[in-house]
Ligand binder design. Structure first.
Ligand SMILES: Nc1ncnc2c1ncn2[C@@H]1O[C@H](COP(=O)(O)OP(=O)(O)OP(=O)(O)O)[C@@H](O)[C@H]1O
Ligand SMILES: [Mg+2]
Length: 244
């Protein structure tokens, strides 16, 4: 187990992007996916990210979640700078503290619902019975309490995505990055998934979600609009998540 001496700052922002630039390629083919983006996400905040295709939304999530490092600027998680961490520290933060949900329903088909959610904990060396208990708890948070020993195929798309959300929050995770989590779902099912994410935010897990749908973004506390790699607007919703 890797330990660090630095105590995380839990009162401040959970994730912070400071003047982040991300380029791909070089010379005449260089693409500036993010061009000086700053964003602060507080614990329990539900932030939606919107903008046209190719404006840098996914890149922003990848950087916020430490999946990629910026070309310039800093990314802080609980006050710790991901860009100056060792590879081992970064891997530990990613594995234990950050969660991801993707558009595709990417559960492992040969594992049951419960086993899918247990997986991140087991990969982290947590014993099976503790992992099982934590996985049940995470599944309860997303409203899946029955037939946990069934395989993903036998669940609806919306249920599968909720299981994926449970997997992304299991253990001690304070922020979930969701990239078009409803992209593969019909409208009714999508509503349930967004409600689950809003519920997570209410219980203190920050949620950063990319969506193309204004009606899903309206659930968020804030909507951040990106265009050509820059934030062009950052609004607060009229009704905060906590009082909905
Ligand atoms: N790994 C990569 N290599 C090269 N270019 C990339 C890479 N990832 C992203 N890009 C480019 O960076 C820009 C931003 O891409 P990004 O995927 O962040 O956009 P997006 O807003 O998520 O778009 P969409 O709504 O279509 O998902 C695009 O021009 C894209 O082609
Ligand atoms: Mg994208």
């Amino acid at each position: 187990m890797i330990t660090t001496n630095r105590t995380p700052d839990l009162s401040g922002p959970i994730v912070e992007l400071r003047n982040v630039v991300k380029t791909f390629g070089a010379g005449t083919t260089e693409i500036r996916a993010l061009d000086g983006v700053s964003l602060t996400v507080m614990p329990g905040e539900f932030v939606a990210i919107m903008g046209p295709s190719g404006c840098g939304k996914s890149t922003m999530l990848h950087l916020g979640g430490g999946l990629e490092l910026p070309t310039a600027g800093n990314v802080l998680f609980e006050g710790r700078d991901l860009t100056t961490m060792s590879i081992a520290e970064l891997a530990e933060v990613r594995r234990r503290r950050l969660g991801y949900v993707f558009q595709s329903l990417n559960l492992i088909p040969s594992l049951t619902a419960l086993e899918n959610v247990m997986l991140p904990l087991e990969l982290d060396g947590i014993g099976a019975s503790a992992a099982r208990a934590e996985a049940r708890e995470a599944l309860e948070r997303v409203g899946i309490v029955e037939q946990l020993d069934r395989y993903p195929d036998s669940f609806s798309g919306g249920q599968q995505q909720r299981i994926a959300i449970a997997r992304s929050v299991v253990g001690d995770r304070r922020v979930v990055f969701a990239d078009e989590p409803t992209g593969a779902l019909d409208t009714l099912t999508s509503d349930q998934v967004i409600e689950v994410l809003a519920g997570l935010a209410r219980s203190g897990t920050a949620v950063v979600m990319v969506t193309h749908e204004p009606r899903f973004a309206s659930w968020a506390d804030r909507v951040v609009f990106l265009r050509d790699g820059r934030i062009v607007d950052d609004t607060s919703a009229v009704v905060p998540t906590g009082v909905r």
